[in-house]
Ligand binder design. Structure first.
Ligand SMILES: Nc1ncnc2c1ncn2[C@@H]1O[C@H](COP(=O)(O)OP(=O)(O)OP(=O)(O)O)[C@@H](O)[C@H]1O
Length: 481
């Protein structure tokens, strides 16, 4: 029913759309409206036609089939210029100006990393505007096959990774890389993504962490745009999902992940996963999902031996030399000493190499073992320490502030959530070797500047806000066990 004669005769598309959409919502119900209509926007094309732009082709087809006729009836009853609405999906549109600034575009580009106005483009494009697109996709430019050092514990994983990246037939699906923290799983997934996209620029290669999957899914549920979320993942030719252990215990996310994997496998799409343990050991993952994860090839990435660590340290110094941070080469006994005095993963080793480089600068080749010992002193740890993970920090902080871990990863910015999130970021910086971008990625794909701001805020507040200081102290005690 088109009510309100007083409304007829409007010409502003924004107002007409607001009114028509509200009426449509009562007719088709909240669910379909939130999935297909709310994430759409009205645009005016160069000929002055009014176009309803849906986020995906799937949504466009749904609207055409189920809502367009009725929408046009409503529209015509309101529009003083008797215009009609057409419907197109974003991929069919160029950069057409919005007629309605108030309707937000759905936040799907963050998953597929496709530019919002042109999702037909590859998920990321290393060649041209690669740097921008890569950041959007959460990939790191330096993590390629070229910078990955082969060694005893990772040779098999590397060979499989190269095979997957080449889109070779006979590919096991999914390929699941597992192994301890910090020995190159993320590096391999990044390298596969880069290479696969280089070989097939038109393919849609999607890389995301399981945290990102979770936070985007939670947001899509809140925004009632899960259909668009599903579509953005299911249209991938290759999906790479890092740190799958993170979905442990999260029932609805696991269900969604299972559906996504099943749909992609049925369509013959490639899936690459990583976790800190083998699928069978993911005990808080629902058995059906676990068996899907284990159905392809499980490929271990083992902890590195001394030789591999030395080679990685050398390769990192070479990279720093190219950047002009150091000049010359370190003596082999210096590198060996560094490796021997740095327990832990490659991540800790990289931290130690960076410290060495910063301290040594142009004197690298002259450094002796004794000098290194004195120069680095406390920076080189003498004994193993209990490793604290980002996941553990998030869980501990969430519990302390009576929140859910997902709140810390969410978009929500209320003080009750934003401050604990900043505390968690601060603790990650204090107790892990993660970089700012890395921490950002683990907090729902935030930018490194947000993390930097959060860390500084807590540093600034601690001396003057007793409560924050007490919270940080209590949390630090809990984390250290
Ligand atoms: N074989 C290698 N060659 C070069 N660099 C490596 C290698 N293995 C690990 N690294 C480096 O060590 C760091 C940690 O590796 P990465 O992030 O890939 O570990 P991970 O196994 O994914 O850890 P997590 O489980 O915590 O996500 C990265 O900077 C990576 O580039």
């Amino acid at each position: 029913m088109i009510g309100g004669v007083a409304m007829a005769g409007m010409t502003d598309p924004n107002r007409i759309w607001t009114e028509a959409a509200d009426r449509l919502k009562t007719e088709i119900g909240d669910g379909p409206f939130s999935s297909y209509i709310a994430p759409s926007a009205v645009r005016v094309d160069s000929q002055g036609n009014l176009i309803l732009v849906t986020p995906t082709a799937y949504a466009r087809d749904w609207v055409r089939k189920n809502a367009l006729r009725r929408m046009n009836e409503l529209w015509l009853g309101l529009d003083g210029l008797s215009r009609r609405l057409e419907v197109r999906c974003r991929a069919e549109m160029g950069s057409v100006p919005p007629a309605s600034a108030s309707r937000e575009a759905p936040r799907l580009a963050s998953i597929s990393a496709a530019p919002a106005a042109a999702p037909a483009a590859p998920a990321f494009a290393p060649a041209t505007d690669g740097a921008r697109a890569v950041r959007a996709a959460g990939l790191q430019e330096r993590l390629t096959f070229d910078s990955f050092v082969e060694g005893h514990g990772n040779a098999f994983a590397l060979a499989i990774a190269k095979q997957v990246a080449s889109w070779a037939d006979g590919h096991f699906n999914p390929v699941f890389f597992c192994g301890p923290y910090g020995y190159g799983k993320t590096h391999l997934l990044n390298a596969i993504a880069w290479e696969a996209q280089r070989l097939r620029p038109d393919a849609k290669v999607v890389y995301l962490t399981a945290e990102r999957f979770l936070s985007t899914f939670v947001r899509a549920m809140q925004d009632r745009s899960t259909a668009a979320f599903k579509e953005s993942l299911r249209s991938a030719d290759m999906l790479l999902l890092d740190d799958v252990q993170f979905v442990g215990g999260k029932t609805s996310t696991q269900e969604e992940l299972l559906n996504t994997l099943t749909a992609l496998i049925e369509d013959g799409k490639r899936i690459v996963l990583s976790a800190d343990r083998a699928p069978v050991a993911l005990t808080d993952v629902e058995p059906r999902l676990r068996s899907h994860l284990a159905a392809g090839l499980t490929c271990p990435v083992e902890a590195a031996d001394r030789d591999l660590k030395v080679a990685v340290a050398q390769s990192r110094l070479n990279a720093l030399a190219k950047l002009g941070v150091v000049t010359g080469e370190a003596r082999s006994e210096v590198l060996e000493h560094l490796v021997d005095r740095t327990p832990g993963s490659m991540r800790e080793l990289e931290g130690a190499v960076n410290t060495l480089a910063a301290v040594a600068g142009s004197r690298l080749s002259a450094l002796t073992v004794d000098e290194v010992q004195t120069l680095l002193g406390a920076a080189l740890r003498t004994g193993p320490e209990r490793r604290i993970t980002v996941d553990e920090i998030q869980k501990t902080v969430a519990e302390h502030f009576n929140l859910k871990q997902a709140d810390l990863l969410s978009e929500r910015r209320t003080r009750a959530i934003a401050r604990p999130r900043q505390v968690a970021m601060y603790l990650c910086k204090q107790h892990t070797t993660r970089s700012y971008p890395d921490i950002g990625r683990r907090f729902g794909g935030r930018d490194h500047t947000t993390v930097l701001h959060g860390v500084r805020k807590i540093e600034e507040l601690m001396p003057k806000d007793d409560q924050i200081a007490r919270d940080v102290e209590a949390l630090t005690r809990k984390l250290r066990g």
